[in-house]
Design a protein around this ligand. Structure first.
Ligand code: FRU
Length: 481
């Protein structure tokens, strides 16, 4: 089947065929999670963007749906979000039905070619049948470009304290906030970030969310940036602060990254999930996304992640961990006693199977240098480790598989350790061609794709003076039927 191809991820969503980049329009509505995505149905490279569509009841198994939005005379359909307009503020509902309203960027390729600077504008479309079919609003665009070349990726939510819709929009080197009573007329509220955070590239795909820590409410602003990520190319930074309906004020000026790895970009959260915040990223990097060696499809999404706040050394950080629903895919959970892990012992021998996709969780009483080496019978290896002297985690994919397709691909990615705890806790999600590392409760994360010749059938722990306390390995079922 389409899902048995070489490199095809078995526990992650990817399009049945052709190209994807950013997740769009993430929403939980009437018990269904919707994932729309940047899609070019005619090719495995980026092109005229559509919104593809997939749905899920549990965040892990997905059903491919028909294309939701096609390019039109106003341009390609770039990234954006979806809200359920329960009060019918837009007037787009009919017969008491709540309209789903998509707010997206129309990118006019002709305008871009002609040298205009106003070729990105915000438009809306609505669905009255649970996202199956969409009608574009007749008076698009609803938010016109004021002369800023990069003017895109609207993320909208209902700001209840002031009864208004709030839009975060990427506007070149900053985020601009707009508000609206009806999703059709938008008013500028404020700007943020011109002098804060990473600025090695253009700002994209913002998301403003609120989370509580010890009963206190904070606001977190997610901002993707390309290039300028900590390991090169694309990455997503975040700011923790306050928001008063008009202005976002950060608590400090430290730049933090939700994931330090090369392959977690353009991630935003699902609407409709209440206090639970679920983040989903594109598992790719613009440095080489158009060149990765898959054949009939290109690129995928990360595992959905649950966000929370953690306080560390008096500062507030965002932590992300795989959603608990991933556990639904576990066939069983094998516990590996630390004593069985004599240096060089093969974990897969101890648990008597080498699963193609699995989660691994281990804790150590004290954190020293270690390496986890995944190896296959083709002589390739993927190394995950911690460097105590430099206090950082790393993933080395330089010998993990095919890297001939791009000079930008091979190498080691690092994530600084943020936690100051003595003990440590590490979670890995490994799939046919991806690895996600969540360290210290999700404070230091690394996501990386790789393209091995053969499945990884050996897993060794190399640690001289560190004892693994507990290790659990859960082989995962494939999400594809
Ligand atoms: C981010 C991005 C967005 C844009 C979309 C185009 O990866 O560049 O800013 O809307 O991709 O596909």
């Amino acid at each position: 089947s389409a899902y048995n191809e070489q490199y095809r991820l078995q526990a992650h969503w990817s399009p049945k065929a052709k190209w994807t980049n950013d997740p769009n329009g993430l929403i939980l509505h009437n018990g269904t999670y919707h994932l729309f995505y940047q899609h070019y149905p005619d090719s495995t490279v980026w092109g005229p963007m559509h919104w593809g569509h997939a749905t899920s009841k549990d965040l892990v198994t997905w059903k491919q749906q028909p294309i939701a939005l096609y390019p039109d005379s106003l341009g390609y359909i770039f990234s954006g979000s979806i809200v359920a307009d329960e009060k019918n503020t837009s007037g787009l509902g009919e017969g008491g039905k709540t309209p789903l309203v998509a707010i997206f960027t129309h990118h006019d390729p002709k305008g871009e070619k002609s040298g205009s600077s106003t070729y990105q504008n915000q438009s809306i479309a609505y669905s009255l049948d649970e996202g199956q079919t969409w009608t574009k609003y007749a008076n698009n665009p609803v938010l016109k470009n004021p002369g800023i070349k990069d003017f895109r990726d609207p993320k909208v939510f209902w700001y209840a304290p002031q009864n208004k819709w709030l839009m975060s929009l990427a506007t070149k080197d900053r985020i601009t906030f707009y508000s609206s009573a009806n999703l059709k007329n938008w008013k500028k509220e404020s700007e943020f970030g011109e002098k804060l955070g990473g600025h090695g590239g253009v700002w994209e795909c913002p998301d403003l969310i609120s989370l509580k820590l010890n009963g206190k409410q904070y606001w977190v602003l997610l901002v993707s940036i390309n290039p300028g990520g900590p390991n090169g190319g694309s990455a997503t930074q975040y700011f923790v602060g306050n928001f008063d309906g008009n202005k976002f004020t950060p608590l400090d000026s430290q730049t933090r990254w939700i994931d330090y790895g090369p392959d977690d970009y353009a991630g935003v959260t699902f609407g409709g999930t209440g206090d639970r915040k679920i983040f989903l990223g594109w598992m790719g990097n613009w440095l080489y996304a158009n060149q990765v060696p898959t054949k009939n499809w290109r690129n995928a999404m990360t595992i959905p992640r649950e966000l929370s706040l953690l306080s560390n050394k008096g500062r507030v950080f965002l932590a992300s961990t795989p959603v608990k629903e991933l556990g639904n895919l576990a066939m069983q959970t094998e516990k590996v006693d630390g004593n069985q892990l004599t240096p060089g012992a093969d974990v897969f021998q101890v648990i008597k199977q080498s699963p193609a996709q699995f989660t691994l969780h281990f804790t150590t009483p004290q954190l020293r240098d270690y390496k986890l080496v995944l190896a296959n019978d083709a002589g390739e290896e993927l190394v995950i480790g911690y460097d105590a002297a430099k206090t950082r985690y790393y993933i080395d994919r330089s010998k993990a598989g095919d890297n001939s397709f791009s000079k930008q691909f091979a190498g080691v990615a690092y994530a600084p350790r943020i936690s100051s705890a003595l003990n440590s806790d590490l979670k890995l999600v490994v799939d046919a061609s991806s690895i996600e590392l969540f360290a210290d409760g999700g404070l230091s994360n690394l996501t990386s794709v790789f393209f091995p010749k053969a499945p990884y059938t050996h897993l060794k722990v190399e640690a001289k003076d560190m004892k693994v306390e507990n290790m659990e390995v859960s082989p995962l079922k494939s999400i594809w039927k």
